[in-house]
Design a protein. Structure first.
Length: 312
């Protein structure tokens, strides 16, 4: 069995054969599965938590055409390349530029929010599952610092149960290679610093979306995180993909969770750039005129746009 580079104490829960992976039998799927209504309750709470601050107030969002155009101008100014961007935008019709810049920019902002949503979704699904009959989830808490959630788990054929410390990510590439050792170290240090815990711990990276575009089978969706030398960063830290994560918590496949969550996106994460795209395109064209960025053909002037990007 490979040793951990960070020399974490090997936790005594059963492992899968001669590997460091925890035994599959410790984690049966939730039975009975959560209903659509129960899943939607968790989804709605998770969305509400995503769009509010720590005081419970709604986070400010740019939604009016003027605000969206102001944000587009700012984004073009601060994030454009002074070589590539002038060439690209001068090759476009001015009416296309809002669609090409502002809509993808809003998509990126929503991607960041959906990453937070998945963290809250895992917590809220676990909370509802903990109340279900025959649940193996005893209690769930919001995590602190690196950990997104903490949970006490019942484990068949292992009477002491486990304490779970999980960091939930939107995707497997959310944490880069150089960041992984530090994240695992901080996560496991949280586990080791807990006092009055009478059960072994397991640390987990939970991935809410499928790596490489495929949801794997239940047993194939867990693995130990290894470094470039093929050694575990920690013998007590696993990666749980959505093919395991959601069925374990809810008894439902990941695609069910995605489908039900998608039904509430327009309510909590609307795309204002799509709703206002025509008006915003006209307003943006007027702003380009006022900024003297257009040439005689009423298209973006490469040199003027370069100077706009590179000078005050």
């Amino acid at each position: 069995m490979p040793s951990s580079r960070n020399k974490f104490t090997l936790q005594p829960y059963p492992r899968e054969g001669d590997t460091l992976l925890s035994a599959h039998g410790l984690f049966p799927k939730q039975d009975l599965p959560l209903t659509d209504k129960e899943v939607l309750v968790a989804v709605e709470i998770a969305f509400k938590r995503t769009i509010t601050d720590k005081k419970g107030s709604l986070r400010r969002v740019n939604s009016s055409p003027k605000e969206l155009v102001d944000l587009c101008i700012k984004h073009l100014k601060l994030r454009s390349c002074p070589i590539l961007s002038p060439f690209f935008y001068s090759s476009c019709e001015v009416d296309e530029i809002f669609d090409l810049d502002a809509i993808p920019h809003e998509m990126q902002r929503q991607r960041m929010k959906i990453g937070v949503f998945y963290q809250y979704l895992a917590i809220e699904l676990m909370r509802i599952s903990s109340n279900a009959k025959n649940s193996n989830i005893e209690a769930v808490f919001d995590g602190s610092r690196e950990g997104d959630l903490v949970a006490d788990l019942k484990t068949p054929k292992y009477s002491s149960g486990l304490r779970l410390y999980a960091s939930v990510k939107k995707s497997s590439d959310t944490v880069g290679g150089q960041d992984i050792p530090g994240v695992i170290l901080r996560l496991e240090n949280i586990a080791k610093s807990e006092i009055n815990v009478t059960r072994p711990y397991i640390c987990v990276f939970g991935y809410a979306t499928p790596p490489n575009g495929k949801v794997k089978e239940y047993k194939e969706s867990r693995h130990i995180k290894l470094n470039n030398q093929g050694l575990p960063y920690s013998p007590n830290c696993e990666s749980w993909e959505p093919g395991f994560l959601f069925p374990y918590i809810t008894g439902r496949p990941a695609t069910d969770i995605y489908k039900l969550s998608m039904s509430l996106v327009s309510k909590y994460l609307p795309f204002y750039t799509l709703k206002n795209r025509k008006e915003c395109s006209l307003l943006l064209k007027e702003r380009f005129k006022k900024l003297n960025l257009l040439n005689e053909e009423r298209k973006i002037d490469k040199i003027k746009f370069m100077k706009f990007i590179a000078t005050n």
